[in-house]
Design a protein around this ligand. Structure first.
Ligand SMILES: N[C@@H](CCC(=O)N[C@@H](CS)C(=O)NCC(=O)O)C(=O)O
Length: 194
């Protein structure tokens, strides 16, 4: 199994999820500015979309899109696979919310010129963090144990910290607890972020 990533991007969520699940992926670092990898060079030949993450499951099967990758990891991990169709829909609902309603505006806010547009996007993200904070139960977003969605929220909270965005106290506690998890520590180390 190979996992294409770039440090501290949305790909960190899949990296954490793979380690939490006990997979030992070969990590391939992508330069997302030049769309190159160390070997064999051209990332566009691997992923025509040009962005990370990409999971190469083996036997010619690859997956892109954070939501799909996280869903695959959960469904292929004993104890994480949904026990009912509705449980899976709830996970996809949470992943889609994080991906399209938090990650996407964040990504735009990093690159859009103009303070006004950035402030508007950040205000929107802050409101969404308040909604998410109301969903944390027993320290996790869904269920009684850490799931793939928790890793994606953690990455979003890293980005919030990076830009100095205020977030509810419960999310700061969540982020700090995530940073104590061995899989998170290892993923951060492997991405050169520890
Ligand atoms: N819809 C994709 C978006 C992935 C994405 O935006 N990746 C960023 C890093 S977080 C990236 O590689 N950007 C470089 C580019 O778009 O060229 C997903 O959720 O996986």
């Amino acid at each position: 199994m190979k996992y294409y990533y770039s440090p501290d991007t949305c790909a960190l969520a899949g990296h954490i999820a793979l380690l939490e699940a006990g997979f030992e992926p070969e990590l391939l670092k992508v330069d997302i500015m030049t769309r190159t990898i160390a070997q064999p060079g051209d990332y566009l030949a691997v992923n025509p979309k040009g962005y990370v993450p990409l999971l190469d499951i083996g036997e010619g099967v690859t997956l892109t899109e954070t939501v799909a990758i996280l869903d695959w990891i959960a469904e292929n991990t004993p104890g994480q696979a949904a026990k009912s169709p509705m449980e899976r829909h709830r996970r996809v609902e949470m992943l889609a919310f994080l991906s399209s309603e938090v990650q996407r505006p964040f990504a735009y806010s990093f690159f859009l010129p103009g303070d006004e547009a950035v402030a508007m996007l950040r205000g929107m993200i802050e409101e969404r963090f308040v909604l998410i904070a109301g969903q944390i139960r027993n320290g996790f977003l869904l269920g009684q144990r850490s799931g793939v969605e928790d890793g994606l929220l953690y990455v979003m909270l890293r980005w919030a910290r990076m830009v100095g965005m205020p977030v509810p106290e419960s999310l700061i506690l969540f982020r700090d607890a995530m940073e104590e998890r061995p899989a998170v520590r290892r993923a951060l180390r492997e991405e050169g972020l520890a």
